[in-house]
Design a protein around this ligand. Structure first.
Ligand SMILES: [Ca+2]
Ligand SMILES: [Ca+2]
Ligand SMILES: [Ca+2]
Length: 204
């Protein structure tokens, strides 16, 4: 019986692990008009009152053209994540807004860094965690210590490119793997349990 329970646990564990989806944030992109964004507040106002222009999956937030950070297309900016763009990746990135949403696993005392040209706003667990309001160059970095309890948190990052010439977004905030929905896990447990019961009857 102990062996049977171990087998069920292994089966459920393996299946749940294989079904957990890849870690990513949901990315949304808005193409803003020339000279319309001077602050992250401007950017959020624009995005919340205009339809988005593209979406993408954010896995590695290391965005901007290598070394120079000169503004190119949306696809140029997203680097390794460019392949996930749904929409037109060739649109010029000058004056634009990004929103990243998802979950992160954070440990008390973590230092979260955001290097951005231009500004950003990071909300963690529904509350403002860090922010840089206006324009800055591509080496501008904001570091903030996470003082909350260790755990999994909903995160939302807003970012804008407001001109001139350069754009960059890099952060050590990493997406957490998306857990299997509760319903899916129950179904797997039921399937594994049913199979084990069938084996029990056969050998009895
Ligand atoms: Ca690039
Ligand atoms: Ca634009
Ligand atoms: Ca800029």
């Amino acid at each position: 019986m102990t062996r049977l329970i171990t087998a069920i646990a292994a089966l459920v564990g393996v299946t749940a692990g294989a079904s957990a989806s890849a870690a990513s944030f949901n990315g949304t992109f808005w193409d803003a008009p020339a000279n319309s964004l001077a602050t992250i507040s401007d950017a959020i106002s624009f995005a919340t009152s205009n339809a988005a222009d593209a979406s993408f999956s954010a896995t590695t937030i290391n965005y901007g053209n290598d070394g120079t950070f000169l503004i190119g297309s949306l696809a140029d900016f997203l680097n390794a994540d460019a392949g996930s763009i749904v929409g037109d990746g060739s649109v010029n990135f000058q004056e634009s807004v990004l929103r990243l949403t998802g979950y992160s696993f954070l440990t008390t005392g973590d230092e979260i860094t955001v290097t951005s040209d231009d500004g950003f706003l990071l909300n963690i667990g529904g509350a403002e965690f860090s922010r840089f309001e206006a324009l800055r160059g591509p080496t501008g970095t904001t570091s903030t210590i996470f003082t909350g309890p260790t755990g999994r948190y909903a995160v939302e990052m807003w970012y804008f490119e407001g001109n001139p010439t350069q754009a960059r977004l890099e952060t050590n905030l990493a997406p957490a793997p998306v857990p299997l929905p509760a319903g899916g896990l129950l179904l797997l447990t039921a399937l594994a349990g049913g199979g084990a019961l069938a084996r029990c009857r056969k050998t009895a």
